[in-house]
Design a protein around this ligand. Structure first.
Ligand SMILES: [Zn+2]
Length: 279
């Protein structure tokens, strides 16, 4: 199968795209670099004499977390390694792409919560959860489609869809993953962060998605939580529900409303799914 041949490259891509970035005095947080030489040796120490432990090729992307006179440190197969910085060039976040086609053959249901007569939570300045959910869900669907997935939206406009119908749509499509999109609310304005719910079969998916989100978005990681929401409980497929931030937190809401945040979420969910399916 075509994909099997590329599995080692894929694993490499994923490792580099999902490494934790620790800030140093020199490396910029969230800065991603790409290789601008045909091949770039990966070494176990910052020296031309050090052992070669792998190779990168032109266009590969790395996140760095340290520098040492002409060498930068990154992760490779879970180990801290070094590459020569002269063969790397910084790229802007907008340019960061996900490998094409890695979700080909998978059917994903994106379930934008609430809608129509059900506004969901009401946030700061009268922002309705259902509206923010819809714009964010459309971004997620777009990114997943780009990555090759067949995406089914339980609603693509401001219509009301009963919970049982959402489950029915997922069960009929024999979906590979069901992801319900929500935003959170709380009486205390300072509360914030993201978390992912699962019932049973969605546990591993929840861990991957929450991890990918925590790597990509700047909000507090509230973790993975088991619950028996109907859309999860009655779903025959691995099903999760993500709460992508608190609309009752003024500062957080300002972030949630940006296109940049919504794109980060879309990328994180895509990465989380790729890791989940390919693990
Ligand atoms: Zn909700």
């Amino acid at each position: 199968m075509y994909y099997i041949k590329h599995i080692s490259l894929l694993v490499t891509c994923l490792l580099f795209l999902t490494v934790t970035l620790a800030t140093t005095a020199h490396a910029k947080e969230d800065q991603i670099y790409k290789v601008n030489a045909d091949w770039l040796n990966i070494r176990n120490a910052p020296s031309e004499q050090a052992e070669i432990v792998g190779k990168l090729k032109r266009g590969n992307q790395v996140k760095i977390f340290g520098e040492n006179s002409g060498w930068v440190q990154t992760y490779y197969n879970g180990n801290a390694v070094w590459v020569a910085s002269k063969h790397l060039e910084p790229i802007q976040e907008k340019e960061v792409f996900l490998p094409d086609g890695l979700l080909a053959g998978y059917t994903i249901v994106i379930d934008p919560g609430h809608g129509g007569k059900d506004p969901g939570a009401i946030g700061h300045n009268g922002v309705l959860e259902k509206d923010l959910i819809l714009v964010t869900s459309l971004k997620i669907a777009e990114q997943l489609t780009k990555s090759g997935a067949a995406v089914i939206l339980t609603r693509a406009d401001d219509s009301f869809v009963p919970l049982k119908d959402r489950v029915l749509i997922s069960n009929k499509a024999e979906t590979d993953a069901f992801i319900s999109i929500h935003f959170n609310a709380f009486s205390e304005e300072y509360v914030g962060g993201i978390n992912t719910y699962y019932y049973q079969s969605g546990q591993r998916l929840a861990k991957h998605i929450q991890h990918a989100l925590s790597q990509e978005v700047p909000l507090r990681n509230r973790g993975v939580i088991q619950t028996n929401y109907r859309v999860l409980r009655d779903n025959k497929s691995p099903a999760i529900l993500v709460e992508l931030g608190f609309i009752t937190n003024t500062t957080e809401l300002a972030t949630l409303q940006t296109e940049s945040y919504q794109e980060k979420v879309a990328r994180a969910i895509t990465m989380g799914l790729i890791e989940y399916f390919w693990e």
